[in-house]
Design a protein around this ligand. Structure first.
Ligand SMILES: Cc1cc2nc3c(=O)[nH]c(=O)nc-3n(C[C@H](O)[C@H](O)[C@H](O)COP(=O)(O)OP(=O)(O)OC[C@H]3O[C@@H](n4cnc5c(N)ncnc54)[C@H](O)[C@@H]3O)c2cc1C
Length: 565
């Protein structure tokens, strides 16, 4: 490795500093310079790998014919924009603290062709890669690592091109699902895509972990409708579906990209929706029979018409009844692919107990139902393009699959946990399966939780900034809820949803080898029997395990020395 002189380095960092992207400079830059750069950068680089950074930057300079074309996209801790670029796509404040390990470098490539060189230079300088698209990983794995690392932040590779005639779209991996929905709606009122709720979620992480939303009972997951992709592999080759082969193409649709390379783009098949859909939201407290309604919901929804999506969120709420201070409020939130009359007839037939009436329902277009579900005004689609999120909070999430209805007494035990202080801002979210989800084979893509699952449970606990120091008590509360749920949920293995990343269920070693047996502990929860095929794919495409993190698939025989290039 060529060692730069201190003057070269200072000059180089000065250039990087001067060209930093003004769009990201926020009000906190001065604070940041004061508290972070001046006090910590030297210390930080000393501890986390000054040699790696020097070598990495030198390598970029050597490898790029026209280095100035990329230098403005490179951020190091000495750069005034470094922290704002890092924080821009952090969606869980747990991982925004001073003690969270920081990358040595962040790069925001604006061309796919830049990525092979970044991978080459990271390998050459023993730096791990974290690829970030939308930054929604529950455990921050796209921007946190315990080893020297570089973030490839794909937010500039975010073009979305919709071909309404062919009913297809190409999406840069850094695009958000909000942009995808917006671009589809520009072209058609009756085309859609079966992906998630929150517009700021990135398609890079979302499609590669499965991705579910309103249309899942009708059409399955986001990953079920991917028909082509481009990925950069560990050798810097840019591959499409044909050149990567069906095994790798299978693996990246559900088992995450981070085990296999850097996904650059997806091609997807759009789906049809009617001109008019109907939405409703009904709230019921315990005094209004919420427990009995949720109990009944478990029997009704998984078997219901696939055009009906009706999920339930239960949270603690204040109560003025019977001298009680608290109650549980269940929110039944629905999108039906059809008009009000059909919905009312269906609901009266299958779930009259909910008491749905015409006044609860509103007809709208599919794109408006997306806005409605994210609490955005339904008269403008522009907010779907906004990838900035200013209400980022602290949270920990976990997931489960329910295969037999939970008895009333089981639900009441959940409410008791919610009455504890840490339950004040917690919620459980019940998402119905059945319909198309039960028809797709559990090995069609790595996501295995299909027929036999009534619904998915999502346990979430949130806390406020003033409680940041007490996060342990909130995290242990949600772990207690998870333990409490054990008798009521899937077993052997206890299933978990990879999109709701949860490091509690098992992790790889940060350094050195992770045995297949160790990874199987968490791997079979996410992927069940598909785990073995994933190990096979990994062994073929990245045998020395360059692309690795806490829950990446390990290859069968691992390489423990320095990677050769
Ligand atoms: C507010 C919020 C709402 C959510 N709503 C839903 C929902 O409705 N439905 C649902 O199914 N899930 C939902 N999720 C979970 C979400 O689908 C996953 O967290 C998903 O991984 C996020 O993708 P991302 O690109 O935003 O995340 P990132 O944090 O950028 O990435 C997540 C993981 O994928 C890897 N990765 C990202 N991009 C690439 C790439 N291009 N190549 C290789 N690896 C890559 C990262 O390294 C990381 O390991 C939600 C999460 C949040 C925080």
């Amino acid at each position: 490795m060529k060692t730069p002189t201190i003057f070269t380095l200072i000059f180089f960092l000065f250039i990087v500093f001067s060209w930093s992207c003004a769009a990201y400079v926020d009000d906190h830059v001065d604070d940041f310079l004061e508290t972070y750069v001046h006090d910590h950068v030297d210390d930080f680089l000393e501890k986390s790998g000054r040699d790696n950074v020097d070598g990495f930057l030198e390598c970029l300079k050597e490898e790029f014919d026209n280095y100035t074309s990329i230098s403005s996209l490179v951020y190091t801790p000495i750069n005034s924009s470094f922290m704002s670029v890092l924080n821009f796509s952090i969606r869980n404040k747990r991982f925004m603290s001073d003690s969270t390990p920081k990358p040595l470098v962040i790069i925001t490539p604006d061309k796919e062709s830049q990525i092979p060189t970044i991978i080459y230079c990271a390998k050459k300088n023993d730096m791990r890669i974290r690829t970030r698209s939308g930054g929604h990983d529950f455990e921050g794995r796209s921007y946190v690592a315990e080893v020297p690392f570089v973030i490839i932040d794909l937010l500039k590779l975010s073009d979305v091109t919709v071909d309404a005639e062919q009913k297809t779209a190409w999406l840069g991996a850094g695009a958000t699902i909000g942009t995808l929905y917006y671009r589809i709606a520009e072209k058609s009122r009756t085309l859609a895509y079966p992906a998630g709720f929150s517009p700021t979620v990135g398609v890079g992480g979302h499609f590669s972990c499965g991705g579910y939303g309103i249309l899942m009972r009708k059409y399955g997951l986001a990953a079920d409708h991917v028909i082509d992709a481009r990925i950069t592999d560990v050798n810097g080759r840019i591959l499409d579906r044909r050149s990567m082969g069906e095994n790798l193409f299978w693996a990246i649709r559900g088992a995450g990209g981070a085990s296999f390379g850097v996904i650059l783009a997806w091609k997807v098949k759009l789906v049809d929706v009617p001109e008019t859909v109907t939405v409703f939201t009904i709230n019921r407290t315990l005094e209004q029979n919420a427990t009995q309604l949720i109990h009944r919901w478990q029997y009704v929804l998984p078997k219901a018409d696939p055009n009906l999506f009706l999920r339930v969120v239960a949270r603690r709420d204040n109560s003025s009844q019977d001298g009680r201070n608290v109650t549980i409020r269940a929110t039944f939130n629905s999108v039906f692919l059809g008009g009000i009359d059909r919905l009312l007839a269906l609901m009266h037939e299958i779930f009259p107990e909910l008491g749905l009436v015409r006044e609860d329902c509103t007809e709208m277009s599919w794109i408006q139902s997306i806005l409605y579900n994210t609490a955005l005004p339904i008269n403008s689609t522009e907010p779907l393009l906004n990838r900035f999120q200013d209400n980022v909070g602290y949270y920990k999430g976990k997931s489960d699959y329910v295969q037999k209805p939970i008895p009333i007494s089981g639900l009441e035990g959940i409410w008791r946990l919610f009455y504890e202080p840490e339950g004040a801002k917690a919620e459980i979210l019940l998402t119905p399966y059945g319909g198309r989800m039960a028809e797709i084979s559990s090995s069609a893509i790595p996501f295995p939780h299909r027929a036999g699952n009534l619904y998915k449970l999502h346990h979430m606990v949130y806390w406020e900034g003033k409680d940041a120091q007490n996060e342990d008590k909130y995290i242990s509360w949600v772990r207690r809820l998870y333990s409490y749920m054990a008798p009521y949920v899937s077993k052997y293995p206890r299933g978990a949803f990879f999109c709701y990343r949860d490091l509690d269920i098992g992790v790889n070693n940060n350094e050195g080898e992770t045995s297949i047996g160790q990874a199987r502990v968490w791997g079979t929860k996410f992927f069940k029997k598909n785990f073995d095929r994933l190990v096979h794919v990994k062994t073929r495409v990245d045998p020395k395990n360059f692309f690795r993190e806490e829950q990446s698939i390990p290859p069968r025989r691992q390489w423990t020395g320095k990677d050769d290039i």
